[in-house]
Design a protein around this ligand. Structure first.
Ligand SMILES: *Cc1c(COP(=O)(O)O)cnc(C)c1O
Length: 405
């Protein structure tokens, strides 16, 4: 008969099996989750949590959204994959819907944010080459994050992500975020594009200052440089607009997105103007899985939900409500430095490391994460309700109190 000490919990057993066969790129995981519905998830032992992280800004419509589930089910029974050797109806429908709701005239689909940024870097370089004025230089912002492939990680101006991977691809220059003078000073005759996030996600939920994007756009026009906006995290409704640059009333030349686009089914996308699209011709770029019937059907269903009247207003309203509550909390607690937020992309910067707080919140039944060492990042599903936020605010004081700052 097994004694208590011999019995391992299901998650402890899964951890042992994981650690024996999975590359150790993520360190110890937090939990093993088995099931979700809306804003709720359950771990493999049946414990319930409210999901305030959405799998890193991915499941914006919540878990097991009926429209997305049904689209996946239906497409899976029909056709999963054919490759881009063939026309794909759901991919075309997705691009048409994205064209209708964004600045972009043309779309390229891939599988992830990093791939979308790779495509953007290649497109910008090839565009200028085609124009007869090769300008390979790309300027990006410190604390930015653009993905883990070699060029995307080189665009990511955070030394910790570069360590051990030299030689890095050339042509990248870095400037502080929200610093227009530094940006203009970094532009040389070799500069072909500026690549930034409207809100820096991984780097600490750093919101572009009011007017920043507009001024960056003006700098790009003045110096004949392309503006690439990385909306992998800030896009797909997260900030209360379909894409965050809409808050500033400006449009990029190229935009990349991924994360929330398929509500959990892997898909990345690049959208661009007709003019810039001429940089690619048949054979210049490609992707076996990109925009395949399954991922396109999931993204199409997701995008149809995101563009229904009311949802983005709900994101702005609940986002403001959440930010207000957090700011009130911050003003009463010396361990909080600042609250930064746009829509339902929220960061609370503390005076110390937030990893212990993330653990405390998990123990209290809330999944959230960090952005850099000192910032608590909150990315609840876009369908979150005020009552969920109230529940979070009710446990926050005790959780913060349990941590030494
Ligand atoms: C997550 C992220 C990426 C990378 O996306 P992957 O799908 O992990 O490759 C790129 N840019 C931003 C802004 C991100 O948040």
């Amino acid at each position: 008969m097994a004694t208590m000490t011999e019995q391992k919990s299901l998650s402890a057993e899964l951890k042992d099996r994981n650690d024996a066969c999975i590359l150790n790129t993520y360190g110890a995981r937090k939990l093993a989750l088995a099931r979700g519905e809306g804003a709720k998830v359950w771990d493999i032992e049946g414990r319930e949590y409210l999901d305030f992280f959405s799998g890193i800004a991915v499941t914006g419509l919540g878990h097991a959204h009926p429209a997305v589930t049904e689209a996946i089910r239906e497409q899976a029974g029909k056709l999963l994959h054919v490759s881009n050797l063939y026309y794909i109806e759901p991919q075309v429908e997705l691009a048409e819907l994205l064209c209708e709701h964004t600045f972009a005239d043309r779309w390229f689909f891939c599988n992830s944010g990093a791939e979308a940024n790779e495509a953007a870097i290649k497109l910008a370089r090839r565009y200028w080459t085609q124009q007869g004025t090769p300008k390979p230089g790309i300027v990006t912002a410190e604390q930015g994050f653009h993905g883990r492939t070699l060029a995307a990680v080189t665009a990511t101006a955070q030394p910790k992500y570069h360590a051990g991977f030299a030689p890095m691809p050339g042509g990248f220059a870095y400037v502080p975020y929200n610093d227009l003078a530094a940006l203009e000073a970094a532009i040389t005759p070799e500069t072909g594009a500026i690549l930034i996030e409207p809100v820096q996600g991984e780097g600490g939920v750093n919101v572009g200052a009011p007017g920043y994007l507009k001024s960056v756009r003006a700098l790009c026009d003045k110096h004949n440089v392309l503006l690439i906006l990385d909306e992998v995290q800030s896009g797909n409704g997260r900030t209360g607009r379909l894409y965050a640059h809409e808050h500033e009333g400006v449009a990029p030349d190229i935009m990349t997105t991924a994360k929330g686009l398929g509500n959990g089914v892997p898909i990345g996308a690049l959208g661009c103007t007709e003019e810039v699209s001429s940089g690619f011709e048949p054979g210049s770029h490609g992707c076996t899985f990109g925009g395949n019937p399954l991922s396109a059907a999931a993204a199409l269903a997701t995008m149809r939900e995101l563009t229904k009247p009311g949802l983005l207003g709900h994101v702005r309203e609940t986002g403001s409500y959440f930010a207000e509550q957090l700011r009130a909390f911050a003003s009463a607690h010396d361990c909080v430095r600042e609250v930064r937020a746009l829509g339902l992309m929220l960061g609370v910067e503390f005076t110390g490391k937030v990893a212990p707080l993330v653990q405390e919140l998990q123990d209290a039944g809330f999944l959230c994460g960090g952005a850099g060492p000192n910032t608590l990042r909150l990315l609840p599903p876009l369908i979150i309700e005020k009552k969920h936020i109230d529940k979070f605010m009710a446990v926050l004081p005790a959780c913060v109190g349990n941590v030494t700052w």
